[in-house]
Design a protein around this ligand. Structure first.
Ligand code: ATP
Ligand code: MG
Length: 389
């Protein structure tokens, strides 16, 4: 018996996008994500996307786990593809769906026949399959209105497909259909969640991290790697730019009033991120900021950081509570990494009394003590690049 995966059109998260480019991007993403499992053939026909393994020993269970994290799929199904022979169908259905049938109390069979030359009608197929299932699993009964399990038998052009219940997908849009953005990633809880959310909208991600050794440790960079690796399970590969930030932070500490430290620092992050993102062809920046969470995330403070950005700054967490953000971070398995106790550059030289209602003009005044252009240029030039996969 051959096993395949089916994604129906209604299960694709299509929204007004060009269907064929949407499907082509999704197929490319799936192939890339399956690269360690072996080759698959993906076809889009009769409003169904079919994924067929093309090698022996393809690990279907692993493929299903991977597919649950691919954006652009609302639901999918694994199915047995068998010869269009009623005896084979009757033999295969109870065996193939044994695990699911043992777990449920009620079921129904739905037959669909796109090949009208098949000798039995849809109701006849349903009845026959239902009978063998009832014989083999005496504990279950038929419920046509609200069954625990719907067994579907589909007679297509080349094969008959037998499938059970749908598997929930990750939803969202295929990564790559929504352009590219650069996420400012720290080692905290918020920015990995922001990354995941934007990626879910079909946006390909690059990541920018500011490191201030020796104030920040190699372990805090490792943490960023581990977080991004987790995000890549959903987003696909991420290009990571690590920016040396020590000199800038020391200059701020030595030349600016303490209450402005954080905001001046954040404006530097924005300026540098703009430069890197532009070169990398990104059309927006993404941060994990949430309104009112800390002093640098009040509306006036956000206005001051936005003022130095030429690009839109996307803040998917802006209206979320910390508990809601934590719930997502647990779901995507970044929480345990985020709470490893290592310093981020933001927690180095934190002012005791930060400004919560800053004005951009005040910051511009404070920043006159610094050679902004040179500092930015140096930081960009010394940025390290690597690909996280
Ligand atoms: P997070 O949990 O994401 O660290 P946070 O609540 O700790 O967020 P801040 O430390 O003020 O908030 O940072 C706000 C945002 O700024 C982060 O979500 C992230 O997008 C960005 N950011 C903070 N520190 C860094 C860093 N070292 N490198 C890159 N971006 C950073
Ligand atoms: Mg932080």
């Amino acid at each position: 018996m051959k096993e395949i995966i089916l994604i129906k059109n209604g299960e694709l998260a299509l929204k007004g996008l060009n269907r064929s480019s949407f499907e082509a991007t999704l197929a490319k993403n799936i192939k890339h994500r399956f690269r360690s499992l072996g080759k698959v053939k993906i076809t889009c026909m009769q409003s169904t996307m079919t994924i067929e393994p093309e090698c022996d020993g393809f690990d279907m269970d692993e493929a299903i786990e991977i597919l649950k994290k691919v954006f652009g799929i609302a639901a999918f199904q694994r199915a047995a593809a068998v010869e269009k022979d009623m005896n084979i169908i009757l033999e295969t259905a109870p065996e193939y769906l044994r695990e699911q049938l043992e777990e449920v109390k009620t079921f129904k069979v739905e037959a669909k026949r796109s090949d009208k030359k098949f000798p039995l009608t849809s109701p006849e197929i349903s009845r026959n399959v239902g009978e063998v299932i009832l014989r083999e699993f005496p504990h279950i009964r038929v419920d046509v209105h609200n069954p625990d399990l719907t067994v579907t038998v589909e007679i297509r052009d080349r094969h008959a497909f037998i499938r059970g219940n749908q598997i929930k997908g990750a939803g969202g849009m295929p990564v790559g259909t929504g352009g590219k953005a650069a996420v400012l990633i720290s080692g905290g809880i918020d920015s990995p969640v922001a990354s995941w959310m934007i990626s879910k909208r079909g946006v390909k991600l690059d990541a920018i991290h500011f490191a201030s050794p020796p104030y920040t440790s190699p372990q805090s960079e490792q943490k960023v790697h581990d977080l991004l690796r987790q995000v890549t399970k959903y987003s696909g590969d991420i290009a990571l730019y690590t920016v040396p930030f020590t000199k800038i932070q020391e200059q701020i500490r030595d030349n600016c009033e303490e209450e402005y430290f954080t905001l001046v620092m954040r404006r530097f992050m924005m300026r540098i991120a703009n430069e890197i993102a532009k070169k990398a062809d990104c059309s927006a920046l993404v941060t994990g900021e949430s309104l009112g969470q800390v002093a640098s995330q009040t509306m006036p403070a956000l206005a001051c950081t936005d003022a130095v950005s030429d690009m839109p700054v996307l803040r998917p967490l802006v209206a979320m509570d910390k508990e809601e953000i934590i719930a997502v971070s647990r779901k995507i398995d970044t929480f345990d990494i985020s709470i490893r106790p290592f310093e981020d550059c933001c927690t180095v030289f934190t002012p005791k009394h930060p400004r919560t209602r800053p004005k951009k003009e005040q910051l511009e005044e404070v920043e006159k003590a610094l050679d902004i252009d040179t500092l930015v240029k140096e930081a960009v030039e010394n940025t390290r690049f690597e690909l996280i996969k």
